[in-house]
Ligand binder design. Structure first.
Ligand code: 5RP
Length: 223
């Protein structure tokens, strides 16, 4: 099976977690896109969705799925999204697609984070995937120095030769070279640095369930 076929399989499996008549939180990225396409097929069974990025909002709307502002929604039973890495405790690295801050905000309002990922994303220790950190542009160098102090090699993400700009008008540092033995502690530490908008560690509030696409079928990991 190709990686895309594995992503498609978990996207299909995630539909079982969508409660009838509810608003659900929807993530960003290629796996989330497969999920949105599946959601489009059952759109009459849900009230709508809250999007974690402008790209996700556009894709949801293209399927005719009503998109709600998070300020209109008090709670959601599920938030469904991919990950760049997930460990055996349900902690994740996210933000490869640049939407980490809104993903964390939308996920925080949901009872359960359902992670959908192909098996390449499951790791024993996170950090091989460079950790994304969204920063206020004027803080990029200062936060970069603090990340280097932790042993990381941070790089300012760029697109078309210019700094990448998030949906929030901010920049992203990708911090390679970290071995993340205590994801919750590192998330709390980086979160409190001035200029950090959010860090792409989802450990304090990690996944409740991971639907993992493997050659042998979709495995359900509960944390
Ligand atoms: C976007 C994300 C994505 O969930 C993450 O990058 C995984 O993406 P993909 O499903 O394309 O592998 O965090 O900000």
């Amino acid at each position: 099976m190709t990686q895309d076929e594995l992503k498609q399989a978990v996207a299909r499996a995630a539909i079982d977690y969508v409660a009838e008549g509810e608003i659900i939180g929807v993530g960003t990225g290629s796996t989330a896109n497969f999920f949105i396409d599946e959601l489009g097929k059952i759109k009459d069974r849900i009230k709508g969705a809250v999007a974690s990025s402008e790209a996700t909002a556009a894709r949801l709307k293209s399927h005719g799925i009503p998109v709600f502002d998070l300020n209109e929604v008090e709670r959601m039973s599920v938030y469904i999204d991919g990950a760049d890495e997930i460990d055996h405790s349900g902690a994740m690295i996210k933000g490869g697609g640049g939407a980490l801050t809104r993903e964390k905000i939308v996920a925080s309002v949901a009872d359960r984070f359902i992670c959908i990922a192909d098996e390449s994303k499951l790791v024993d220790v996170m950090g091989r995937f460079p950790l994304p950190v969204e920063v206020i542009p004027m803080a990029a160098k200062a936060v970069g120095r603090a990340l280097a102090h932790l042993g990381a090699s941070p790089v300012l993400r760029s697109k078309d030769g210019r700094p990448y700009v998030t949906d929030n008008g901010c920049h992203i540092l990708d911090a390679a070279g970290l071995q993340i033995d205590d994801p919750k502690a590192l998330e709390r530490q980086i979160n409190q640095w001035p200029g950090v908008v959010s860090v792409g560690l989802f450990a304090v509030q990690g996944a409740a369930v991971c639907l993992l696409g493997t050659a042998g079928g979709v495995r359900t990991l509960a944390f």
